[in-house]
Design a protein around this ligand. Structure first.
Ligand code: RUB
Length: 308
């Protein structure tokens, strides 16, 4: 259990971050936990596995990749401990492998949308978005990238390191320079924490500003998202919870000084409506956001019928 708790803590504190990495880490933690789990009855096994799943799911509320990973990796239909254990080990291993392959496919599919000489803007740090940019670069296309700083946690610094290590022409901008810079951009590519059944994109705070500026400047706006980033529960009316993080991420109490009346708001994600999104690139193909229901139905197997 300690290892699973450690992973949960790393996800909560963002030592492990990004919807895809969170999902893979959770699937791995569950697999390792189940592999070693010793119980005296099937009922005890079920109770402990379900407890472990909820510990992982409760770490961060917005990225649907987390409950989807835990659901896909941790599913079983068995009557004995050994049967259930073996199914979970297989499902978790398959999830991790599929997630890895999905990134390669997203890179290949998305790179077709970039031309030699294109300038891309990206936000935060998304391995799916970067897979597209790196694949296009590896195909010999000359791609320039504007990467936003992404306050308050500055994940843009991770992005510029990854891009410059890959030899890609990279420029860092502050978040407030997005609209000013958009006139130089051909395509915006961002990741996804969740995509709702109506095709709205939930991603790092500020994503919707990129989308608005792209829309105004008639620049393409693409989200790169594995199919496990689509949210089945939105089909049943649930809203995606926007994580509100510690104000200390924005400004420390020391720096704030003597201003007890000042409140600080630190929403970690925002929502971009589907009308601002040209394309969602998944491992199963490139879809318009209006097709979100089909992805949920066909790739996550969560159909309306199951409500009954
Ligand atoms: C990360 C973020 C990323 C998505 C997609 O937020 O918003 O754009 O998670 O990333 P945080 P990926 O840093 O708060 O986790 O494509 O790597 O899954």
């Amino acid at each position: 259990m300690q290892q699973l708790l450690d992973t949960a803590e790393k996800i909560r504190t963002m030592e492990i971050r990004g919807a895809g990495r969170i999902a893979a880490a959770a699937a791995r933690a569950l697999r390792d936990y189940v592999e070693m789990l010793e119980t005296s009855s099937f009922e005890e096994f079920v109770a402990k596995v379900e407890k472990a799943k909820s510990i992982l799911i409760e770490t961060r509320p917005t990225a649907v990749s987390l409950p989807n990973a835990v659901m896909l990796a941790g599913s079983y239909d068995a009557e004995t401990v050994e049967e259930a254990r073996s199914q979970i080990l297989d499902n978790a291993t398959e999830f991790i492998q599929n997630a890895d392959n999905a990134l390669d496919n997203i890179g290949e599919i998305g790179a077709k949308r970039l031309r030699d000489g294109d300038t891309v803007m990206t936000h935060c740090n998304s391995h799916a978005a970067l897979a597209i940019i790196k694949t296009a670069h590896n195909q010999g296309k000359r791609i320039k990238v504007y990467a936003t700083e992404s306050r308050p946690r500055r994940q843009g610094f991770i992005t510029i390191k990854e891009l410059s290590d890959a030899g890609i022409d990279t420029t860092l901008i502050v978040d407030s320079a997005v609209r000013h810079t958009m006139k130089n951009v051909d395509t915006v590519i961002v990741g996804a924490d969740s995509i709702t059944v109506n095709g709205a994109l939930v991603n790092k705070i500020g994503t919707s500003q990129l989308a608005l500026a792209a829309h105004e400047a008639r620049v393409n706006f693409i989200s790169a998202a594995e199919t496990y980033k689509f949210s089945p529960s939105t089909l049943f009316g649930d809203l995606v919870e926007i994580e509100e993080r510690d104000p200390e991420e924005v400004i420390s109490k020391d720096k704030l000084g003597d201003m007890p009346d000042v409140k600080i708001s630190n929403p970690a994600f925002d929502v971009t409506p589907s009308e601002y999104i040209d394309l969602i690139v998944t491992e199963a193909g490139a879809f318009p956001p209006e097709m979100a229901y089909v992805i949920i139905k066909e790739h996550l197997g969560w159909e309306l019928e199951k409500m009954g």
